[in-house]
Ligand binder design. Sequence first.
Ligand SMILES: [Fe+2]
Length: 373
Amino acid sequence: MAGRIFDDRIPQDLQRFILCVHRDRSMLDDLRVNLENIVPQEYRVLPVDSPTRGLEVIHDLEGQGDQVDIVISDMGTPDFPGYRFLEIVNHRFPQVRKVLLTSGGEDDAAVYSINTSDLDRCLREPVSQEDFRLTILSLLRLCRLRADNEDLLAVVRGRNLQLQEMLESLSQAHTEIEQSYLQTIQALAQALDAKDSYTAGHSRRVSRFAYLLARRMGLSREKCEDVRDGALMHDIGKIGVPEQVLLKPGRMTEDEIKLMQMHPVIGAQILVPVKPLRRYIPAVKHHHERWDGKGYPDGLKAEEIPVEARITLIADTFDAITSDRPYRSARPLDLAVEQFTKFSGTQFDPECVRVFLEILTEDPPGLSCKVEA
Ligand SMILES: [Fe+2]
């Protein structure tokens, strides 16, 4: 029996342990026997006769990934008392459950240990077998609960990881769908330009001018990009205007003008069902509003008109003046400057005009009446 007591080598085949530390070898043997009658099979009881060896054993087990669930210690020896041992265990391995065994006259040390070591139980020797059994069973339940919580936490973490991967994948799919919608609208804008060879490239040029103006006006990067893409599709509603009206070379009748003036509203209706494209509706729906409120479709006035629409109107007008038409060739830049100056504050937002004229004066690369389609 004595040989078994001090066989404190760490077994390799078990993963949960109860460590007993007692200076009295006979008591240590009793503790081991008692425990082996109580604990489930997956537990191995490790008896050691000194706190120093106890710390080595816990350290080695934790190092190889095994778990010490409970430490039971007596008061040790004067040079390494049990309360100090449990204090160290609590500091280094806070998850371990701790039981202190005391004898008569050790009450002060017991109180100290309770206060400093997060002690689970303090039992006075000699301990009745029943008290001991109930104490160990209660601690084993707590250990099982903790293990279950850890397993649950691991499952939750795993699920969270899966969820995060799914969200990232969804987000990527969402971006691709948005991109695809934008490409569709770009294709529609190109198709619209292609209907009339004389206005080929109009949408793309308007988009470019509007973007330059938005940037110069100091709008945020995101807003500038919205202005650029909104301007690209500003006339998308012309798809819904009959070709004989859209391409009519001569003067339009009043009804034809009304039909033509429907294109901003038709354009907005095209964009409404597609959530990512709704942000372009202000530019599309209101690019024919006038600063003085005499525009269409809603007769909005001044700053009631969304800024992207005010900018698009300037870009649209500039391209209309400076690009070739079937009935005339491109007109000089001076005429554009004259028109913007003349209608600033009536047709156009004065601030947009002021900034756009600054750009025209400087004539930066790419912004002139000779811009390629
Ligand atoms: Fe238009």
